[in-house]
Write a protein that binds this ligand. Sequence first.
Ligand code: GLC
Length: 492
Amino acid sequence: MISLKKNSAGKSLLKGIPLILGLTGATLSHAQQHNTSSTYIPPSDTLVQAKLSQWQDIKFGLLMHWGTYSEWGIVESWSICPEDEGWTQRRGPYADSYYDYVHAYENLQTTFNPVKFDPDKWAAAAKEAGMKYVVFTTKHHDGFCMFDTKQTDYKITSPRTPFSSNPRSNIAKEVFDAFRKENFMIGAYFSKPDWHSPDYWWPYFPPKDRNVDYDPKKYPAKWQAFKNYTYNQIEELMTGYGKVDILWLDGGWVRPYKSIDAKVDWQKNIPYDQDIDMPRIAKMARTHQPGLIVVDRTVEGEYENYTTPEQTILSEPVMHPWESCLTMGNSWSYVPHDHYKSAAELVDLLVKIVSRGGNLLLNIGPSPEGDWDDTAYSRLKEIGAWMKANGEGIYNSKPAAPYSNGNVFYTQSKDGKKAYAFYLPGKGVNTYPARVTIDASVAGGKKPKISLLGFKEKLGYKKDGDKWVIEIPAGLQTRLTGQPAIAFLISR
Ligand code: GLC
């Protein structure tokens, strides 16, 4: 399924057509449809290559969607986008007039006051769960800046925002500092489209959809102003916020017209060329942040240093770096009483993703007061307990053919001396069988040593054709009940 191609510059391209497995329960609205690029161009900058491989080793990160929309407990940004009226929730008496609604939505700025904001607490909980990088929404599509930009007053540090008087008001900076102290890699989520900027949604025209509401070719000065605005904001983030490792750019419809893939539904409707000049942005960003990983999502090419399937996982390994972003609840943004996936479901996803060479970026939406739901903390605790015993088969691992067989999923250490066989009990099951069968090809030539991570008991195992059959003693089997997953260490 994967083929290597050369582009005109002679760089190798990877053509992979991985199957995408949607997560059950997630219905994708039009706005949420998202494709995974099939063409990958490896970065030529050796510092970027080095950072990418460092990032591939850490496997597990935290994503947070946070903005004034959290106050209403609604979906992030999308309710002000006319084409998305069908699946978003408008709130309030102003909900029957578009402009009144946008006015009320933007007025949330004047009540946003997350006094419980304590990023150290988040960093500690994420660290305990075994997460090693963070990606934070510095600005989502609605344009509200969670950092102290000089380019607009629609921001957390504006005197219009109550939280501006708090010593921790520059939220993005505080988040980055707190997680960096715990040795996390730092990622800035930044939306290229900006529905507050008069240079993107020019009030001269009514907005119709998520795109720029005028033709940039016809009004080049306007578009240039928007390009400068974007460049300047990204430069602020790359200079005033300490070391940043990942620039995670969302809003793939802001892209050069020639990059539109007509086979992708949401792309074929993009009406205009929205070339934001990524070469200029990336050059500037990497001057300030050498080795920066740039993730221009869905825009295939040299600024998409890894691909980002969303609310889905790949069904098989691909030869390029990738990351699934998934929500712990159902929503990216904070929604009161959201339904959270169980720790077992989350571990299941993590193991599958890692066995296919990917990373998991798990999203939690902070509340308007500035904290997470208690359930989020308890899930992270459970995952952390599991990671403490089993993390050695996750971190710094690489895929091991045949990758999986039934309930068993494989990884191996980089030097190939150890393999790991994870047994995933499956949805709703929390017991383990008396016998687990693994592929002999994963175990290497001679008789391997097999043990169970986190447990001292000796295991019996014998060869049966091209398999090893591992016996789990009855007492141990009972003790395993309730584990999200178990992992056999196979010393080759
Ligand atoms: C979806 C959502 C968007 C969110 C993104 C995160 O595309 O519509 O709001 O930021 O997922 O990957």
